[in-house]
Design a protein around this ligand. Structure first.
Ligand code: ADE
Ligand code: ZN
Length: 350
């Protein structure tokens, strides 16, 4: 059900200010936990674990974060993940992210993690999921942030590896809400993962997939028709195909859009070219997310602020984006209604 929040918003056409953006209750639905590993924590964990990384200072790390496309980022991202070794490391990583969410008015999260990134280098499957789960539970109890955890398959690896990963996940199914698909998009279409997504759905898991980030619009169609996903992660390349845009609009398929990621990875050369507000104004179900905030220059509020700075995001649009994030989550209808009623109060206050 679509909630039209803009119409409840006081001074809807006013530019959204930071206090208003923070106060809106928001969900984050597209966040890679490994991508929230800040340089400071990375160096601390590397030292703690006796791991040598290609960087020894924060400055060296920040200089390396100069990407020209998705692959140039992923090469560094997988290297940095080597700092993560123990269950405690995954707890610390997730807890640091949740503290940030708490500061920024994020009340619900559905983060991704990539077990294959860790099992491929010898960690046990349970190390990552148990550390992450422990932090998410603590976040729910101490910070009031609800959650659903999503396991992503790495699409540059064969489907057989994804099937193995799903088999390893079976004892931990109760800790997961769904599966996703990430990593190098071009040349790795969604239909490569038909079987593993079918099995995951049969196990009762929800499905999402990255599609139309760098890859063509027809990868979005495949993700919907073959993987039967509930949401498309990114999806911005839908603008190449008018009939797809009409379909996404009429079906209200959620697109978890990540503006700072798209400019850092040169999907767009400048934020002023980003189509997210055009899609929103056309009625598509887009929401804002930070993807890999430690690598792309900011968390959720920085993404909203970038839209203020370069696309004049107004209060009505900001409130609608926040409402879309809640409605597109896997939360129960009751909890959605609860959050949306707070959101309407915030939006309609002067
Ligand atoms: N893994 C982490 N961030 C990603 C992104 N933006 N696209 C694909 N895979 C990713
Ligand atoms: Zn992503």
């Amino acid at each position: 059900m679509k909630t039209n929040i803009a119409q409840h918003t006081y001074l809807a056409k006013e530019i959204a200010d930071p206090v208003f953006l923070q106060a809106l209750p928001k969900a984050e639905l597209h966040l890679h936990l490994e991508g929230s590993l800040e340089p400071e924590l990375m160096l601390k964990l590397a030292r703690r674990n006796g791991i040598s990384l290609p960087y020894s200072t924060i400055d060296e790390i920040k200089q390396a974060y100069n990407f020209h496309n998705l692959q140039s980022f992923l090469d560094i991202y997988y290297q940095c993940a080597e700092a993560l070794q123990t269950q405690q490391d995954f707890f610390d990583l997730t807890w640091a992210y949740l503290l940030k969410c708490h500061e920024e008015g994020v009340v619900h999260v559905e983060p991704f993690f990539d077990p294959q990134t860790h099992t491929e280098r010898g960690l046990e499957f349970k190390t990552a999921i148990l550390g992450i789960h422990q932090a998410l539970e603590q976040g729910k109890k101490d910070l009031g942030i609800s959650y659903g955890l999503i396991l992503c398959f790495l699409r540059h690896l064969p489907e057989a590896a994804a099937l193995e990963c799903l088999a390893s996940a079976k004892p931990y199914l109760s800790l997961l809400i769904g599966v996703g698909l990430d990593s190098s998009e071009q040349g790795n279409p969604p239909d490569k993962f038909t079987e593993v997504f079918k099995l995951a759905r049969e196990l009762g898991l929800k499905a999402v997939a990255h599609a139309g980030e760098e890859g063509p619009a027809h990868y979005i169609v495949q993700a919907l028709d073959i993987l039967k996903v509930h949401r498309i992660d990114h999806g911005v390349r839908c603008t190449q195909d008018n009939s797809l845009m009409e379909r996404l609009n009429s079906q209200q398929t959620p697109l978890t859009v990540c503006p700072l990621s798209n400019t850092k990875l040169k999907v767009y050369t400048h934020m002023s070219e980003h189509p997210v507000l055009k899609l929103l104004d056309l009625g598509l179900n887009v929401c804002i997310n930070s993807d890999d905030p430690a690598f792309f220059g900011g968390y959720l509020l920085a993404n909203y602020q970038a839209l203020v700075d370069d696309l004049n995001l107004n209060r009505g649009q900001a409130a609608q984006l926040a409402a879309n994030s809640i409605n597109s989550s896997f939360l129960s209808s009751n909890r959605k209604e609860e959050i949306l009623s707070v959101l309407i109060k915030v939006a309609s206050k002067n």
